[in-house]
Design a protein around this ligand. Structure first.
Ligand code: SF4
Ligand code: SF4
Length: 338
């Protein structure tokens, strides 16, 4: 299963809007929300069941036992993060503690120990056909990169156990025999240099490529920080959603430079391109100069805003942005499977 990551250099570009549309268009059987600081993909994907929840433990934090403390002040002096105070008694601020362990190491009275701390919550939606992995970082917690790695790991582990809607077996003559898992009649499909053209042997309607079983779609975090780096690891392709503004152009360049450090394909699309045609042009120019495929433009569309406000994707309603994103999806799939 190939992994497609959708990123943006900054928040508010419409990354999740594109990701949710892609999930719908692909009928994706595996997808994840790696924006652990502000996950919201669950709001536009339909799950009738509650997720399985599990606490996520990040770095341990210091715990001080006042009864053992001899008030020597060493821990406060050596804490580089100012997390230890000396009021009536010495105490550790759990939000200030970075888990370095120096205070526990240095305390002559063994009054400080490092204890596991819940840094977030992992949520896994899964049934026989689909899996959706997401998480929420706890307020003030770091280690978001590790949490993103866990989100992807859970998605992959469950996705491996999901039987595809269509099983594909290729023989030496590049002919694929497709068998629906519900036992419906077998369909023969010609596989021509990675372009799958499907022709039903019994004259029944032609079927499309089963992208849902072939692609996992991952909604990444904005920016270029730790969670983005973690989400980039191991993916097959990154689609960057750019915004035509001065800051959007600069952020797009930064995220492209970041993604270029990984062994992955990169493509770019522009959301709300008509808000600033001049900068939209610069985005496409930049891609051309860099040799990066440009997957398309999405217009500003009030219908898209209404769709998202009604917990719909932009391909659930007839609208210009839905048409544009469908075209971008097709181009992206071609690039991904090329
Ligand atoms: S180093 Fe230990 S004994 Fe000294 S003030 Fe801190 S907790 Fe108390
Ligand atoms: S573990 Fe490190 S950051 Fe936390 S209180 Fe101790 S010295 Fe400070």
């Amino acid at each position: 299963m190939k992994q497609l990551l959708i990123l943006s250099g900054k928040g508010g570009t419409g990354k999740t809007t594109v990701a949710s549309a892609f999930i719908k268009l692909a009928d994706a059987r595996a997808y994840a929300d790696c924006d652990v600081d502000a996950p919201n993909l669950h709001l536009v994907t339909e799950w009738a069941t509650d997720p399985t929840k599990r606490d996520y433990y990040g770095l341990p934090v210091a715990k001080l036992t006042p009864e053992l403390c001899t008030h020597c002040d060493l821990c406060r002096q050596h804490c580089r993060f100012g997390a230890i105070s000396d009021g009536d008694q010495y105490s550790v601020d759990p939000y200030g503690c970075e888990g370095c362990g120096v205070c526990a190491y240095i305390c002559p009275a063994q009054a400080i120990e490092m204890v596991p701390a819940v840094a977030g919550e992992l949520m896994l939606y899964a049934d026989e056909e689909k899996v959706f992995s997401t998480a929420q970082l706890r307020m003030g917690s770091g280690t978001s990169g590790l949490l993103v790695t866990e989100v992807k790991k859970e998605m992959k582990e469950v996705a491996h156990g999901i039987k595809p809607a269509v099983e594909v077996v290729y023989d030496n003559s590049k002919t694929a025999i497709k068998t629906a898992k519900d036992g419906k009649p077998a369909i023969e499909a010609a596989h021509d240099s990675k372009t799958v053209t499907n022709a039903a042997s019994d004259g029944k309607p032609v079927i499309e490529v089963d992208y849902g079983s072939e692609v996992a779609i991952i909604d990444g975090s904005p920016g270029i920080g730790c969670p983005v780096i973690a989400s980039l690891s191991g993916v097959d392709m990154v689609l960057i959603v750019a915004e035509p503004s001065l800051s959007g152009l600069s952020d797009m360049e930064r995220i492209i430079r970041t993604a270029e450090g990984f062994d992955t394909k990169i493509a770019v699309c522009t959301n709300k391109y008509d808000m600033n045609l001049e900068i939209s042009e610069k985005i496409e120019q930049f891609c051309e100069e860099r040799g990066l495929p440009f997957a398309g433009r999405i217009p500003f569309d009030p219908a898209a805003v209404r769709a998202v406000n009604n917990a719909k994707t932009i391909v659930d309603v007839e609208c210009p942005s839905g048409t544009a994103v469908t075209d971008i999806f097709k181009k992206t799939m071609t690039l991904l499977f090329d």
